[in-house]
Design a binder for this molecule. Structure first.
Ligand SMILES: *Cc1c(COP(=O)(O)O)cnc(C)c1O
Length: 405
């Protein structure tokens, strides 16, 4: 028997979809298509239909689909060393840590594979800090409509109403407060608080940015109380918002920052960065089989270098402003409201709860966009997007809005 005969044939899209419905554990409604190939801003399904992608692998494929830099890094690192075990340093691990600490306000890096895992690391580090320096304080204040991941602890940290009763009992030690409301923070802090954790722009919550005055005050409160400020930049980091990291918009420095999504350009990779005073884990407190594995490190190194060398944060700002300008221009025609966001993380509201319908019609027309809330549309394309592609996106979007609204 040849090796190939072990693989099911599944030659047509219909066969694939039938099998998917039988053997893939249901976790989300998915459209009746199977993605097969990607290049730059485009994806193709198994029927050869082409899609202009303004979801970008969920804010992940920041260099576009199948970029040369990632391919080259994967191939050359796969030739050299794929995994040496987490017990040893490796060269790309050290290089990537140096690059990230050189370009941010942080001193130390822990690598992981997903955003949730990086956030788990941040939560553990904050609790360790509380145990060591704050008389055992362990409570972490997070924000309503925030999103921090799908592990038990990060779901507990997440301030999503629909999740409150899910998978009980929740991990204790999280208090949810209103986003951008300083009084809400003051009401919630007590002697048991060790940290405040939030996103600079709530992504899944519908693209809502931190207010500058609020975060300046919050930083002062944390300093005065000696508690930590944690930024979850899993979605906003790596150039997405027009700066390499979104905290740089605000003139403050968090104590801990987590990165995910864009940092791997499509490869599963995440990181938790912290200030020197937080280099307090003891051996065995934190780790992971894939922490700092060479293949991922080489990819991360290639992706981060590309973002910096090609100044893709600047492109995110320029193209993001262009998208918002074009949305403003037609806002009265389609009754679009609250056009918001920074760089290439953009949200706007439809006059009715027709997000799902707009997404579905766009898919039909070969455009991938996302609706994180019933009346909200989010655009977060690759950082390499250009004007031509944006104009093409708008052509389809206008047509769909005219039809649906
Ligand atoms: C996507 C996301 C996460 C979770 O990342 P995973 O890689 O899915 O675990 C956490 N925080 C924010 C802000 C995110 O956008």
């Amino acid at each position: 028997m040849s090796i190939n005969s072990k693989y099911p044939a599944l030659n047509s899209t219909k066969e694939l979809l039938n099998e998917a419905k039988k053997s893939i554990l249901f976790v989300a409604e998915r459209p009746e298509i199977v993605m097969e190939r990607g290049q730059g801003m485009y994806l193709w399904d198994t029927d050869g239909k082409c899609y202009l992608d303004f979801i970008g692998g969920w804010g992940v494929t920041c260099l576009g689909h199948c970029p040369e830099a990632v391919k080259a890094a994967l191939i050359s690192q796969a030739d050299e060393l794929i995994n040496a075990s987490p017990s040893y340093y490796n060269k790309p691990m050290i290089q990537l840590a140096k690059l990230l600490t050189d370009y941010s306000c942080f001193d130390r890096v822990f690598f992981a594979s997903s955003g949730a895992e990086a956030n788990e690391g941040a939560i553990k580090l904050a609790r360790k800090y509380g145990a060591k320096f704050l008389k055992g304080a362990y409570e972490i204040i997070t924000t309503r409509n925030g999103f921090h991941g799908r592990t038990l602890a990060t779901m507990s940290a997440t301030g999503k109403e629909q999740w409150e009763s899910l998978f009980a009992p929740k991990v204790p030690g999280f208090k949810h407060v209103e986003f951008n409301n300083i009084d809400s923070i003051l009401d919630a802090v007590n002697a048991n608080t060790c940290a405040v954790m939030l996103e600079p722009i709530q992504g899944e919550g519908g693209v809502y940015a931190l207010d500058g005055e609020y975060i300046t005050k919050l930083r002062k409160i944390c300093d005065n109380l000696g508690i930590l400020l944690i930024f979850d930049e899993v979605q906003t980091g790596m150039g997405r918002t027009g700066k390499l990291f979104a905290y740089q918009h605000y003139g403050i420095e968090p104590d801990i920052m987590t990165l995910g999504k864009g940092i791997g350009g499509g490869y599963p990779l995440s990181a938790m960065l912290a200030k020197e005073k937080l280099n307090i884990f003891e051996a065995g407190d934190q780790g992971g089989t894939y922490s700092g594995q060479p293949l991922g490190m080489a990819v991360g190194l290639a992706v981060v270098s590309e973002i910096i060398n090609r100044n893709l944060a600047m492109n995110a700002e320029v193209q993001g402003d262009y998208i918002k300008r074009k949305l403003q221009e037609v806002s009265t025609i389609y009754n679009l409201k609250n056009i918001r966001g920074k760089g290439l993380l953009i949200g706007f509201d439809l006059p009715e709860d027709k997000g799902k319908e707009v997404v579905k019609e766009c898919l039909e027309e070969g455009l991938l966009i996302n609706s994180p809330r019933p009346a909200t549309i989010r655009l977060f394309p690759a950082l390499i997007v250009n004007r031509e592609e944006i104009d093409k996106m708008f052509e389809i979007l206008y047509r769909v809005l005219s039809k649906v609204l």
